[in-house]
Design a protein around this ligand. Structure first.
Ligand SMILES: [Zn+2]
Ligand SMILES: [Zn+2]
Ligand SMILES: [Zn+2]
Length: 274
């Protein structure tokens, strides 16, 4: 399974659009891996995780043809993960869609339905949306996907387990420490993840609010995954979704500290294969 991180920032991007803090100033000066856009990942060149307001930039920067994308999993409806206005452009007059095109199906919780259903009706039959309940594996093509409940501010936010050809990936943002019911479900699974991507909005800061994580929470979560047999020494642990407000948030500073604790630090364009 090929996993590419297209956007790795929190909501206001990094450097933040209107911010002159020290981390944003450093990021603008250093450039490169310090420039982070809003959340999105790409699986095997055919499945998006999230459809953020920076999707069109990701498409151009990574030479992606949107007509190659078949599936899109939405974690939650914050606009740095879900930007439904783009789905207006399936409508006749805005796009000439090939008649043999496979179409695009967007999956998520019940939260996505109210704003996607009117767009599905105007999409010339090529755009679909499906709400899936948490803790029930479902099939998408050759993939088995399971939504888990996230600990975040929206009504029904999800994390996702994505499995294909005996490889498994856990995508865990946005979330604070996992909910008890999510741990209970995970403990009942016969699974040892090949890769885990975790929310690191707070950088090295040990936060007390519930909806995100920083490195101390990432370490705690990683250790619990290993304790329950859900991860091993071979699991790749990746940190993702960075805010300029986090401690040591600039890539060069943060990645050195994260590496000492056994984590890889995602950046826009970072790619792994499991
Ligand atoms: Zn976010
Ligand atoms: Zn800033
Ligand atoms: Zn969010």
């Amino acid at each position: 399974m090929k996993i590419k991180f297209l956007g790795t920032a929190a909501a206001e991007a990094f450097p933040a659009m209107f911010c002159d803090c020290e981390n944003c100033r450093k990021a603008r000066t250093l450039g490169g891996k310090n420039i982070r856009t809003r959340s999105q990942a790409l699986i095997n060149d055919e499945m998006f995780i999230d459809y953020s307001c920076d999707t069109y930039h990701h498409v151009l920067a990574n030479n992606i043809n949107l007509l190659d994308i078949k599936y899109c999993l939405i974690t939650h409806i914050h606009e740095d993960h879900f930007y439904p206005d783009d789905f207006n452009w399936f409508e006749k007059g805005y796009s000439c869609l090939p008649q043999d095109w496979h179409g695009l199906t967007v999956y998520g919780s019940t939260d996505i339905k109210p704003c996607l259903e009117p767009r599905v009706k105007k999409s010339q039959g090529f755009f679909h949306c499906e709400s899936q309940p948490p803790f029930k594996p479902f099939k998408i093509g050759d993939y088995t996907v399971t939504a888990l409940k996230a600990n975040h501010g929206t009504e029904n936010p999800y994390l996702y387990i994505i499995e294909k050809n005996n490889k498994s990936f856990l995508y865990a943002n946005d979330t604070g420490l996992f909910l008890d019911e999510t741990w209970e479900y995970l403990k009942s699974c016969d699974i040892c993840f090949d890769a885990v991507s975790m929310d690191c909005t707070a950088g090295t800061t040990d936060i007390t609010y519930s909806s995100h994580m920083g490195l101390p929470r990432n370490i705690k979560t990683r250790d619990m995954l290993i304790k329950y047999g859900l991860a091993s020494d071979n699991t790749k642990f990746i940190l993702n979704h960075f805010s300029h407000n986090g401690g040591n948030a600039v890539y060069e500073e943060f990645s050195r500290i994260a590496e000492k604790h056994g984590f890889m630090t995602a950046y826009d364009g970072f790619e792994i294969e499991i």
